[in-house]
Every structure is written in C-alpha cells, then in structure tokens.
Design a protein around this ligand. Structure first.
Ligand SMILES: [Zn+2]
Length: 467
C-alpha cells in the first residue's frame, strides 16, 4: 500500500491524494488549484498520474478546491465511478457547471483583450459544460456509514465531516497480508460546535490519518458572539434606513446567515426587515438544503428548530431574487434591508452592483462574514480603503465595513487537536494536508508537545509506503 500527495499539501487548494491498495488505485478528491491564472492553469492541467489507470474516485465534498478538476480527469481518460453522498452530488453539479461557465467566459475575455492588442497569446478553458455533463454521468451517490466494496479486499464508507451539507470523511479499509489497514481522510473537517452541522464523527480505529490543517495555528471566535454583533448592525440600519450588504459564499455561509437572521427575527431580537438573497447559485443550493432537512448531518439544535418552526429557508422575511431585473430593482428600494449576494470576496457577481450603488452612502453597512484573501476587493474594503475601483471606475467609500470573524466551516486549532487526541489507539502516521506551511508547522509542534510524534507534512508529489 502507498499514498501519493498530488495537491492540497502546503496550500489550501487543489486537494488530490492517490491511494494504492491491493492492486487498486483510488483517488481521494480531485480539486481545482486556485490562485494566479497562469500558475493555476498550468498546475490544473498537469495530472501527474494516468487518469485511465485510476479505478475509482472518492469525493469528500462539493467545494471546488476538492471536486473542481474532476471534469478534466474524465476528459483525460478516467472511466471509473465517482462516489460521494447524495447531497454532495447535487451541490457538485451546480458548482462544476458554474466553474465551467466561469472558465469559458474568462478564456473568451482574455483572448478578446489579447487579440485586440495584437497578441497571439490565447488560453483554453480547462473544461466546458459538456465535459461537466460527461463527468456527472460517472457520479454514484452512497449513504453515510454504509460499506461499499471496491474489490474483495478494499472497501470504503463515508462518515459525517460536519463541514458543509453532504460533506464526508472517507474511511478506506484494506485486507493486506499483514492484516486490516484503515486509511482515514478527513477532507475538510467541521467544527465541534456549528450553527447548522453536526460535529464530525470520531472513527474507532485509524492506522493512517490524512487530516486537513487550514486553521492549524488559529482559533475562531465562539459561535455565540454572532447574534450580538448582528443585532448592533441591524439596529443601526433600521434607525438610519440603511442597507446591509453581506458578500457571502453560496454554499453553507448563505444558509447559516439566513438561519441566524430568521431565528433572531422570530424571537424578536431584531425587527422584521426584508432579507434579499440575490444570487441564483446560492438560491439553487438553498433549495438543496430544504430538500435534505432530514439529513443526519444537521445538528440536533437545527433539527429541533426545523421540527418546531418548519423550513427555515422558507420564511416570510426571506426573498429570493432570481432575475437580473429584480436585482437591479433593489437599487430603487429604500432601506432598511439586508442583501446577501455573491461572491464572498467581492470578486464578481451581483454584490459588485450593490457595492457600486451603495458604498458612497454613510447609511450602508458592508458586513463581511467570510475570509477575505489578499488582493481581493473584499480585503481592500475590510482594510479600510476610502476609494475602490469597481468595473474600472473609482468609488468613494462612506459605508461602514464590519467583520464577523465567527463564521467558518473549518475546524480551528482546538477542534483539530480534539479530533486527533480522540483517536485511540493513535494512528501509525498522521499526514497533515490542506494547510499553509505555517499552519502545518504549528500543528505538528502542538502534537509533539502532546507526545504525538509520527506526523508528516508531505510535499507536492511525495509518496509514502503504508506498512
Ligand atoms: Zn471545503
């Protein structure tokens, strides 16, 4: 048996690990590298093993840094099945189609600009919507906690990861000449306490653990702080008849915010004001949440709430804005109101129009609820820029910009340590993946202090034999 790390090591995108066990090649995730265009395209195009030689893909969840390169894998010859949970399949279909459309329009735009300047440089999208259809045809949903036989010696099952709807950790069990060996991949790990999700399962026996380490050197603010901060922002918007703009990721974050706002309105903690969800992708994903309300990966609190109050995503304050015309009409409406719109880092999507029209008003609040990467418009606003460029035009910023640091679908350092310390007996080796070098180093050091020393931080392309 051996494991090869072909992405998502020493960085947080492009998750891709190849497990070879008893004659089978099993790929754990096949994510998209994100970052600077040229570098990302080159990394995404380079598949360092033969896709036709892979027997099966086990997919942890629907974020594109875990599933976004699957269409290229299929285009380059993979013919096996892609296993995931039912909810992951439904959300992945939306994510991959969106990814293909973005790549096609990005390439068309790039090529047009270059041709206009007399340059012959062109780029091709990694894959198109037609490639996505071919890829989705191989998807095979399986329930949580049910063994699936890949051969008479290798089987796997999905455990709840508690990260986003449908997210799974993957346990692969192999009968080797030396006995049973269990490889456990966390994918992205959720938190012990989250607004919507059940905490991650703790598996019984793990020989080799592949665990993410995104927040290996940090802890998040406690979840309970969300409500007091939202109340302050909403009360001010009501008093000033202002608009609250929330740039939000379409998966999980949007649904978390809807749930919190609904709960607070229902309990009278904040007044009933309209909450517009202005993102077709977020709306489509929210519908998947509504269809899976009885899914067992939701937290008991959330399920209790649903049992008492019904579908939280179908509440009178929540208005779903599908068409561009309806979205534009929000400009002429007076506040108070809340507008949730993508993208989460203000790099595209309808949020740009709302920012363009409202940043110059001191009654506007921009509420950041997610990580804002360096170089994004979201980060510039968060850092207090007084002027920003949107669609090439300069806009003065009079709006207040607030940040809620509480929301994260990822385990923090405390959660990661809790998970690893709960494993008894200790794994033979722990591989730290999906984290920047400083996060992995911090976690490794902390584990060493606990006496857990068989810890590896694999590099890109590195392989390890599994005894
Ligand atoms: Zn994720």
């Amino acid at each position: 048996m051996k494991i090869g790390f072909h992405g998502g090591v020493g960085e947080v995108t492009g998750s891709r690990h190849l497990l070879e066990a008893e004659g089978l090649k099993v790929l754990l995730d096949c994510g998209l590298f994100q970052g600077h265009r040229k570098e990302a395209l080159a990394k995404n195009r380079d598949i360092p093993f033969d896709p036709a030689g892979v027997d099966a893909v086990l997919l942890s969840h629907a974020h594109v840094d875990h599933c976004g390169n699957l269409p290229l894998l299929v285009k380059k010859g993979f013919k096996g099945l892609i296993y995931c949970t039912e909810a992951t399949l439904e959300i992945t279909a939306i994510m991959l189609r969106d990814s293909a459309r973005l790549q096609e329009s990005d390439a068309a735009f790039f090529n047009k600009i270059h041709a206009r300047q007399g340059s012959k440089e062109t780029i091709e999208p990694l894959y198109t919507e037609a490639d996505v259809d071919a890829c989705l045809a191989l998807f095979t949903p399986r329930p949580f906690m049910t063994w699936v036989e890949l051969s008479d010696k290798v089987r796997f099952r999905f455990h709840n990861a508690g990260h986003v709807l449908g997210s799974a950790m993957i346990e692969v069990e192999t009968k080797t000449a030396k006995g049973l060996r269990r490889v456990f991949f966390t994918g992205d790990l959720g938190r012990r306490k989250s607004l919507l999700m059940d905490p991650p399962d703790v598996p019984k026996t793990v020989d080799y653990l592949l665990i993410e380490s995104t927040y290996g050197d940090r802890n998040h603010d406690p979840v309970d702080r969300v409500e007091s901060l939202i109340k302050t922002v909403v009360d001010r918007a009501v008093a000033e008849k202002g608009k609250i703009l929330i740039p939000s990721f379409a998966l999980e974050r949007t649904q978390e915010i809807i749930f919190v706002l609904e709960k607070m309105i229902r309990r009278g903690q904040i007044p009933l004001i309209p909450v517009y969800v202005d993102s077709p992708m977020a709306i489509n994903i929210t519908e998947i949440f509504s269809r899976h309300l009885d899914g067992f990966s939701f937290s008991p609190e959330f399920k209790d709430y649903v049992a008492k109050e019904g579908d939280p995503f179908d509440f009178k304050a929540i208005r779903y804005v599908r068409t561009a015309l309806e979205s534009q009409a929000l400009n002429d409406k007076k506040g108070p109101m809340i507008i949730l719109s993508a993208s989460g880092m203000c790099e595209g999507g309808r949020i740009l129009h709302h920012l363009r029209n409202n940043l110059d008003k001191d009654t506007t609040t921009v509420l950041m609820v997610g990580y804002q990467a360096q170089g994004t418009l979201g980060r510039r606003l968060q850092d207090g820029a007084k002027k920003v460029k949107i669609f090439g035009l300069e806009h003065a910023v009079w709006a207040r910009v607030e940040t809620l640091h509480t929301f994260s679908a990822h385990a923090d350092q405390g959660d990661l340590m809790w998970f690893m310390k709960s494993l008894d007996p200790r794994p033979r080796t722990i591989f730290l993946v999906h984290g920047d070098p400083s996060d992995r180093a911090a976690l490794k050091e902390l584990l060493r202090a606990e006496g857990i020393t068989r810890v590896e931080c694999p590099e890109y392309g590195q392989e390890f034999p599994l005894e």
